[in-house]
Design a protein around this ligand. Sequence first.
Ligand SMILES: [Zn+2]
Length: 129
Amino acid sequence: MSDEPVRDEGFSDWIDAAEAGAASYLECPAGHGSLPPRRVCPVCGATELTEASLPQTGEVETFTVTHVPMPAFAEDAPYATAVARFGPVRLTGQIVDSDLGAIENGLAVELAITVSETTGERVIGFRPV
Ligand SMILES: [Zn+2]
């Protein structure tokens, strides 16, 4: 099948672990965090990466509310996309199970893997805790 999407094995494995509540990240000797799969720290270029458990809760650093979505998301609009910090790692995802008016910088969230209605693929989501 030539139209088979390329499966990102490393990221799929990460999503599997995140769904099971066991998300991890890679940490370099300088303390920079990044998501697998990687062989080099994206900040300083270190190659000695060790795997660590992602903190259970993160904090919203910034967010954007989308009022005019693509048609596939019409039922969900408006919705919010946020950047949240989990320890040394920044993740981008969609906020789920939340009143948009309750979202603010500093909001505590947990990972909530959700399914994109546009692509049918699993994506990172955040649920307030
Ligand atoms: Zn580094």
